[in-house]
Design a protein around this ligand. Structure first.
Ligand code: PLP
Length: 412
């Protein structure tokens, strides 16, 4: 009935897929929020589980024909619970941003106070930025990092929390290269009568791999994307203590979402199975070892790193002394086959549209098998590209070197 292959049915989209695969194989993808999931995960995404309407929850659906879908979703739930050690989990959130909004919708009234980390110092848009829904629907209190150490100052967080009395105290970040003390956050929340929430989108894989402290059991509600260090499909889950379960589930469906994306839920289940294996623990440890090796090699080249290094998978470079902006660096590195993103650094004096920094990380290059030795090479290539950022010929030469390095570490 259908032409079987994308190649025959739509050569144009198929061809672009081939080009994207080539780009992935031949370049260094250093965006720390990205990863390369397994073929198994991608197969689950491209499966018949895409097709079904399954509004509701396993055993309580608004549509017939969900006998297999129910099993898939229950498997995803059980695997997530075991993997993270949480009491309750909702695997339906479409992505990290809706998951966060769903938690706010479940546990706060409009106008209540949400306290999260400032976007310009490492927080996420959904942590209360003024252009985001979170910043429009709720009163916002924000904390940042210490101007000297670039670390979260827990005394300062406590002071602000006691003063602002937030309904939710949110920890977690999108550009913070150091460990987060979730226990300290939970204790501060308890002291000021707030619900403690952690958004572990970036570091979920490090947490299940045992290289970053877990927010469990003390944190009330935890959200995570499944596509960053966790290396699953694009999507998210919400985990919580049993006493918040009913409100969270109601906020996800019917509060915010309609039919769950069961193909994504199937792929989440596959990723959770992979993440429970000893190899994944090794992978998570290697991500951090690689990030530290890359950070050391960059500093040896004279790069200034926010907080002076990293404890996790990501590195923030402040390019101020190098005499170029984050945007210029992003563009030049792109020409050299090295993908990073421009990013503000704490107390940035430039505009967020062309900030002083770039953000990079090791999840994808660790997935493809690179180790500390390659990190030194990667740092050399970055250094060469930055030092020659106006010289397109030199950048093209770096691109050839990048390709040669990547040839030994194929992805797909
Ligand atoms: C990536 C990220 C999100 C948002 O995830 P999307 O899937 O892009 O909506 C939320 N919070 C944090 C901390 C993130 O890093």
């Amino acid at each position: 009935m259908w032409k079987d292959n994308l190649k025959d049915a739509d050569p144009e989209i198929f061809g672009l897929g081939e080009q994207e695969t080539k780009r992935i194989n031949e370049g260094l993808e250093l965006i720390p929020s990205e990863n390369f999931p397994s073929r198994a995960v991608l197969q689950a995404l491209g499966s018949v589980f895409n097709n079904k309407y399954a509004e509701g929850y396993p055993g309580r659906r608004y549509y017939g024909g969900n006998e297999f879908i129910d099993i898939v979703e229950n498997i995803a739930i059980e695997r997530a619970k075991k993997l993270f050690g949480c009491e309750h989990v909702n695997v339906q959130p479409y992505s990290g941003s809706p998951a966060n909004i769903e938690v706010y919708f479940a546990l706060m009234n409009f106008g209540d106070t949400l306290m999260g980390m400032n976007l310009s110092q490492g927080g996420h848009l959904t942590h209360g930025h003024k252009v985001n829904f979170s910043g429009r629907a709720y009163k916002i209190a924000q904390y940042g990092v210490d101007p000297k150490t670039h670390l979260i100052d827990y005394d300062e967080v406590r002071k602000i929390a006691l003063q602002e009395k937030p309904k939710i105290l949110l920890s977690g970040a999108t550009a913070y290269p150091r460990k987060i003390d979730f226990k300290a956050f939970a204790e501060i929340a308890q002291e000021c009568g707030a619900i403690s929430m952690a958004d572990i989108a970036h570091i979920a894989g490090l947490i299940v791999g045992g290289v970053h402290p877990s927010p469990f059991p003390f944190t009330d509600v935890v959200t995570t994307t499944t596509h960053k260090t966790l290396r699953g499909p694009r999507g998210a889950i919400i985990m919580c203590k049993e006493r918040f379960a009913k409100d969270i589930d109601k906020a996800v469906f019917p509060g915010m979402q309609g039919g769950p994306h069961e193909h994504a839920i199937a792929a989440k289940a596959v990723a959770f199975r992979e993440a429970a294996k000893p190899e994944f623990r090794e992978y998570a440890h290697q991500i951090v070892k690689n990030a530290k090796a890359l950070a050391d090699a960059l500093m040896a080249h004279g790069f200034a790193l926010v907080s002076g290094g990293t404890d996790n998978h990501l590195i923030l470079i402040d390019l101020t002394q190098k005499g170029l902006s984050g945007g210029e660096a992003e563009t030049s590195l792109d020409k050299a086959g090295i993908t990073v993103n421009k990013n503000t650094v704490p107390y940035d004096t430039r505009s967020p549209f062309d900030p002083s920094g770039i953000r990079l990380g090791t999840p994808t290059i660790t997935t493809r098998g690179m180790k500390e030795g390659e990190m030194k090479h990667v740092a050399d290539l970055i250094n060469k590209a930055i030092n020659n950022h106006k010289d397109d010929m030199a950048l093209a030469k770096v691109r050839e070197e990048v390709k040669e390095l990547c040839r030994h570490f194929p992805v797909y």
